[in-house]
Design a protein around this ligand. Structure first.
Ligand code: DGY
Length: 321
């Protein structure tokens, strides 16, 4: 039908300002819900769409891609795209895009929130006040660790890793970094020093992870790597859960191999490895990295920009390869 709006599948309800644009410009294949769709519903939705916005909880595997012959673009509502079988998409000429830049600050800020909350026992403090058992100020109550002047080790120096490093200045924290390139990155400030993974883990007081999840980074941090860390050190992960061997982490926390962990992501999200929830030295967030209204609206608009480009026959600004 001439002038008909293109069909769009959205796997989850997005913030109102994004939905308003969506409803104006597209014909929705199905009304999105706030919860993860069943795999059958995801397939059914993609099968009838010209374009789709999917999220990190949607597994877009080869089989799912092959049942969606008219689909031209999969706009992933995230910077990470490990939920999509990229090889299968490329094989069938399906364009995949992500949402870089717009969530960098939100995720870097959340990383620092988690880092400070873990080191300074913020969650335990909140629980104590709410419990009604707080008897007042005490010189020995909930003593935490200072992060100022301590060494920050960053694994992965992409946009988010760099934004985390920039925020370390206010805490006078020297920055060490490791990337998969096995050498210093010449474009990075000289005061940020490259280390091998082992040396970074040995030297850092706080280790924070900012690499994408790929076969090479799966379980990058396991029991051997945790054993290289200091018993006073903290591990922060706002990247992807499976980069850390969660069973090994629970064991390391229980045995005092490291002092604490701040996690925003989990290996089998939303499930937790048995024992993790009981550990007070772990601060656990429900994957809030990009969860600001500003970032989530911008992420939606970036998805729509990419979709519009592809449907108009132009290159997608954020195509991933
Ligand atoms: C991302 O974009 O990969 C984030 O994890 C979403 O919150």
């Amino acid at each position: 039908m001439p002038g008909a709006r293109p069909t769009l599948y959205i796997s989850r309800l997005l913030p109102d300002p994004v939905m308003a644009v969506v409803r104006q410009q597209f014909q929705l294949v199905a009304e999105p819900f706030g919860t993860v769709p069943a795999q059958s519903a995801l397939r059914e939705g993609l099968c009838h769409a010209d374009a789709a916005i999917v999220t990190l909880g949607d597994c877009v595997d080869a089989e799912t891609i092959h049942v969606a012959p008219r689909l031209k673009i999969l706009a992933n509502y995230a910077v990470g795209y490990n939920n999509i079988d990229l090889a299968a998409a490329q094989q069938r000429g399906l364009i995949v895009t992500n949402t870089p830049d717009v969530l960098t600050d939100a995720t870097a800020d959340l990383t620092w929130a988690l880092l400070l909350a873990t080191a300074r026992r913020v969650v335990e403090g909140d629980a104590l006040v709410r419990s009604g058992h707080w008897t007042g100020w005490s010189p020995t109550q909930l003593l935490g660790a200072e992060v100022s002047d301590k060494t920050l080790g960053i694994i992965g120096m992409g946009r988010i890793g760099q934004a985390v490093a920039q925020r370390a200045v206010g805490f006078r924290m020297p920055v060490l970094y490791h990337t998969g390139r096995a050498m210093a990155v010449s474009s990075l400030p000289r005061e940020w020093e490259y280390r091998s993974l082992q040396n970074l883990l040995v030297e850092a007081d706080v280790v924070t992870i900012h690499v994408p999840l790929t076969p090479a980074t799966h379980h990058l941090i396991g029991s051997r790597e945790l054993s290289w860390m200091r018993p006073t050190a903290f591990l922060i992960n706002t990247a992807r859960g499976p980069i850390v061997d969660e069973a090994a982490l629970v064991e390391a926390l229980k045995r005092g191999i490291i002092a604490g962990a701040g996690l925003d992501v989990y290996e089998e999200e939303p499930a937790l490895h048995p024992g993790l929830a009981q550990l007070k030295q772990a601060v656990l967030l429900p994957h809030l990295g990009s969860a600001t209204l500003q970032a989530r609206v911008q992420m939606g608009l970036v998805c729509l920009k990419n979709i519009q480009a592809v449907l108009d026959g132009r290159p997608a600004p954020n195509q991933v390869h």
